[in-house]
Design a protein around this ligand. Structure first.
Ligand SMILES: [Zn+2]
Ligand SMILES: [Zn+2]
Length: 132
């Protein structure tokens, strides 16, 4: 198994994640727009055992968004790190925190029905108005 390293903006939190995502996608839901402060969030899904916080664990704070999802971030710099899918036992890692380049590429857009009106989708990737 190959691993990728990642870190938050201030560098206090570092992670190691397997370079084998169950999928990588762009999420255009309104909550990801708020959470990321941007047009969409790019996330890769892994099993919980495939993500390890290698330093700064005590600085990781989580916002309990719903029964299904905790959104976790660095409490020092505020960088969005990953979400924890509480019922599935999986994590969605924000790809922007990676310091290495993953082997896979994003291959899907989800929740395009709520996409930011000021953002234009111009690629040929598969698109779903909500979930696949
Ligand atoms: Zn930080
Ligand atoms: Zn989303």
């Amino acid at each position: 198994m190959t691993y990728l390293t990642g870190s938050c903006l201030c560098g206090s939190v570092t992670i190691r994640v397997s370079d084998q995502f169950q999928f990588i996608g762009y999420c255009h839901c309104s909550e990801c727009q708020k959470w990321s402060g941007s047009a969409f969030a790019t996330g890769g899904l892994v099993n919980s055992e495939d993500l390890v916080i290698t330093s700064g664990k005590e600085l990781v704070s989580c916002y309990h968004k719903s029964e299904e999802t905790d959104l976790c971030f660095c409490s020092t710099c505020g960088a969005s790190l990953f979400s924890e899918k509480l019922r599935l036992g999986k994590y969605v890692v924000r790809l922007g925190i990676l310091d290495d380049t993953p082997t896979q590429r994003p291959d899907v857009h989800i929740f395009t029905a709520s996409k930011a009106p000021w953002f234009e989708l111009t690629d040929q990737l598969e698109k779903f108005e909500q979930l696949p």
